[in-house]
Design a protein around this ligand. Structure first.
Ligand SMILES: [Mg+2]
Length: 359
């Protein structure tokens, strides 16, 4: 099945909260590029989110995608490995753009076969996953208000963004736990903002209030610091920014640096790498789950099919952040009572709203 069309379209989704802050940035919209491939009259779609700390910006993505075009057009969509190898040879990194192409081609093949995407990823292990929602950095009281609002909507898993101040961050966890009660599952994400010894102090204080998991407490390249944190606390320690490539994950698992790894399709360069990453984790007894896929339902649908196909999935996944944005050109998945369910239909199962991309 020869690929004979290849286009990219910008997507900008304004956030309801124009002051959405985490340790690395404050953002007011989710931006990225949709890659569309075509074979005859069948289309496949993938999405590259502009996330600078993953390596690519909104301005840079179309240049990377354009560079990849001749390595995709005119080639057989079924030869995914050969195609991805050509992309890797022509440009190091650029994982978000590569992931969009990987996802678009998987979507194209599944749609042309009339089958749901998960069937290309090993088949169905589950049909829905609980959704964890992220609480942006604000005062403890404001974060507890937001958490209570989400709890009332049915969410039971929460990720508290923190920024490396022990007292402030412990107060955030304490206040949110007090507001939500014991039924809520709490995690934190420091986005690399702690030094190892400070992280250990903070986590051990937070553990008193009940904490399931801590994401990327220390800088991404501080592997020894991360190992020290893992060895010094009883809470599950998860790598995110430090688990950006398969070789990084192989080291984290081989040396048992962490207890868990956050899998993200754009960070890892596509569905095939994400599956490989999950297998590496499984082989070393390290847990994994699907982390935040910030942006359109299209991206979240690809990640949901992955989550539903993984042999081991150890915790709630971050597949509902689209609910805090407007202007999504895709529709077909929603979070209901704190969970998201595989959509019906071929491919990723989401569809373009009429009029989007002049379709
Ligand atoms: Mg994270």
């Amino acid at each position: 099945m020869q690929i004979d069309g290849f286009d990219a379209y910008p997507i900008e989704m304004p956030l309801h909260d124009k002051d959405w802050t985490f340790a690395l940035a404050t953002v007011s919209s989710a931006r990225g590029w949709c890659v569309r491939v075509r074979a005859g009259d069948v289309f496949g779609y993938g999405y590259a989110p502009a996330v600078p700390h993953m390596g690519s910006t909104f301005e840079g993505l179309p240049i990377e995608i354009a560079r990849f075009r001749p390595f995709v057009v005119g080639h057989d969509a079924h030869d995914i490995e050969a195609l991805l190898k050509r992309l890797d040879r022509t440009l190091l990194g650029a994982h978000q753009a590569k992931a969009a192409i990987d996802c678009a081609i998987h979507d194209l093949i599944a749609r042309s076969n009339g089958q749901p995407l998960f069937q290309l990823l090993g088949g169905r292990m589950r049909s829905s996953v609980p959704v964890l929602r992220i609480l942006a950095i604000k005062t403890p009281a404001e974060m507890a208000d937001k958490a209570a609002e989400l709890f009332a909507e049915g969410y039971r898993y929460f990720k508290i963004k923190v920024h490396g101040d022990i007292d402030d961050d412990v107060e955030r966890v304490r206040t949110i736990r007090k507001r939500l009660g014991r039924e809520a599952h709490l995690t934190i994400d420091a986005n690399q903002s702690y030094r190892a010894k400070d992280a250990i102090q903070a986590i051990n204080k937070m553990a008193e209030f009940g904490l399931d998991l801590v994401e990327q407490p220390v800088p991404r390249n501080d592997v020894e610091g991360l190992k020290l944190v893992t060895r010094s606390t009883t809470v599950t320690i998860e790598a995110d920014e430090g688990a950006g490539t398969l070789d990084e994950i192989a080291r984290l698992v081989g040396e048992r640096v962490v207890d868990a790894v956050s899998l993200k399709v754009p960070k890892l360069g596509g569905l095939r790498n994400a599956l490989a990453a999950a297998r590496i984790c499984e082989s070393g007894g390290v847990r994994c789950r699907v982390g935040a896929h910030v942006g359109t339902r299209l991206l979240n649908a690809h990640a949901l099919h992955l989550a539903c196909a993984l042999p081991e999935l150890d915790y709630a996944c971050e597949l509902g952040e689209f609910a805090r944005m407007d202007g999504d050109p895709f529709e077909g998945i929603e979070v209901v009572n704190g969970s998201v369910t595989l959509p019906d239909g071929p491919g990723a199962g989401v569809v373009l709203r009429p009029g989007s991309f002049n379709s």
